[in-house]
Structure formats: C-alpha cells, structure tokens
Write a protein that binds this ligand. Sequence first.
Ligand SMILES: Cc1ncc(COP(=O)(O)O)c(C=O)c1O
Length: 352
Amino acid sequence: MNGLTRADLDALPTYVPGRAVAGAIKLASNEVPYGPLPGVVEAITEAAANAHRYPDMGVVALRQALAERLGVDAERVATGCGSVALAEHLARAACHDGDEIVYSWRSFEAYPIIAATTGAISVRVPNRPDHGHDLMAMAAAVTERTRLVLVCNPNNPTGTAVRRAELDAFLDAVPADVLVALDEAYREFVTDASVPDGLEVYGDRPNVVVLRTMSKAWGLAGLRVGYLVAQPPVAAAVRKVITPFSTSAIAQAAALAALAADAEMARRAALVVAERERLEITLSKLLPDLPETQSNFVWLPLGERSVPFAQACEAAGVFVRPFAGEGVRVTVGTPEDNDVFLAAADSYFSST
Ligand SMILES: Cc1ncc(COP(=O)(O)O)c(C=O)c1O
C-alpha cells in the first residue's frame, strides 16, 4: 500500500503476459506464428514517414473497411488499442461505481482487471465441469446492479465455445437493459457451424456488442488494433470514452493492409486449425479429459501439475502458459514447433 493510489488495487492480480526468451519456442500468447500478412510491412513503412502527425482520430478508412467486410454501417464500429482496451471502454461506458459485471471463470484474465479499474464489482460464475461457460447460471447471476455480461466465445484459456441454442436462450433471459459483450477474439478459428457468429446472428439486438481483434488470426498483435460492433448509440458512447488517437496511424495502415489480405489470413487460420486437430488427437491420448477447443490454443486441465508441466516444457525450450493449480494453455504453433512441444509433453507424461 502506498497511500497514493487505490488500496483495493493491491489485491488485484497483475496481467501476466506469455513468457518469451530469444531462441525459445513461444506457445504462450495465442499469436499466429506465420509473421505479418503480405502488404503489412510495406504499409507500416509508408505510414512511418508521417509519424510526426497525429493519426485520423475518427479512424474513418479502417472503420469503413471493417464495416464493409462485416456488412454493417460504419457508425456501428469503434476501434481501439486492442480489443482488450475496447472491453475496458465498454465497461467504463456502461458502469458506475458498484455496478456489476458478470463473467465466467476461468476466462480471460483481463476481465477482473477491467471490472476493478472501472470501479465495478466482478461477479464470477464458475465454468461447467467441461470447462465451458454455464450460460444459464450466468443469466441467473444478473441482478438489478448488473450492467454488463462478458461472454468469451471461444473462451480464453479453456478453448471451449458456446453453441447457438444455449446462446439464444441466454440472450432471451438477460434483461434488455443489460449489455452483453460477445468477446470473439478467436472467431476466425471456429470450425463448428453450431458456434454462432455473434454479429451475424445477434447483431440486431440492441444490447449485444461484439468484440473482435486484429491481434490473432490477422497477425497484428504487436500493433494493437481491436474493434467493436454495437448498435449506433452504444458504439457512439464507447467512442466518447476511448483515449483519443489510441489507434495509431501505423496500426490503421497495417490493419487496412491486413484486411486486404483476407484470403491469406483464411489460409493461415486453416493451417492453425489443422495443427490444432493434430495436437488434440495426440494430446487426448496423453490426457483423456482434454476439453474441446475452437480456438488457436488447447487447454490442459492439469491442476497441481500445471506449473511442473510448464517447467518441463521450458526445459525442452518451449514456453507455454501455466495457470497455477488449474491448467496450462498451449498456443498452436508451426508444425515443427508443435512437434517439439508434443515430444516434451510425451516425455513429461511418460515420466509421471
Ligand atoms: C478473449 C480475449 N479477448 C480479447 C483479447 C485481447 O486481444 P487484443 O487486446 O490483442 O485485441 C484477448 C487476448 O488474449 C483474448 O484472449
């Protein structure tokens, strides 16, 4: 405690980034391993020549390009410094001190931080035994103080996804004056047709907001571009609380170039999915209760073995992301990197 900043922040867990060491294989941050998409580096280089100028604060060209791709009006789109920032802006736009934000747990580790820094109260609903969201319990957890429910689909770090029928019932059960954010950071890796595209299926609902990112499948994690699609009044409220100019000119140019390379994005996402399926087949032989994944990572619910397993991987030159006492999240990498990881996993399980 320092007496200068909020004392309650002392109890707040710090966001833990995936570990990275030069020369090691990094499967810890859910990045796609194939480098920036074609045209991106050139767009960045060109934009760098104007680095002394402020970016377009309205992000007009990028919002327009996103709107066209998504088939919505540009006034429904907001961009920000990663979708994590947009989730925070949304919470700020929705909540007063003491209001409640409902989310499943374990889920994205930024959610508790977002709730606390907004002054809202976190209401955590435990995941089901299959590691997925318990949507009906989440709906039941909504009170008069709830302003926002976060549905992470697919869920980070467990990889599980909620299906159309359960999401329909959940959205029907949530009061119309409570915002529901569908956090679809991993949407591009979803292959099960029963997992709904939140925008396509629920985009016309006034209280639904869809969060997406250019960080994962689009390969721009280092530039920090996320976007949100909501009905115009909600999107306008979010744009009011966004830190001015937080989508940099270089990020805007890079995102536009990436969107133009959408066929290559899809090809790479398919490579990730093929490798994910290979990992699932091999890992499920080592770990029979391996949860399903619709994302670019797998979740190993190893409980107390999580940290030792991650240490064993690290000794083999692979960084994965342990959540002490719960599980280990492993990002799908290149086939070669995945082979190194699988060999480390095999050797760990055969020796314990
Ligand atoms: C579920 C989920 N939402 C949002 C984000 C944030 O992504 P970014 O801020 O890079 O757009 C992540 C990143 O790990 C995530 O896992």
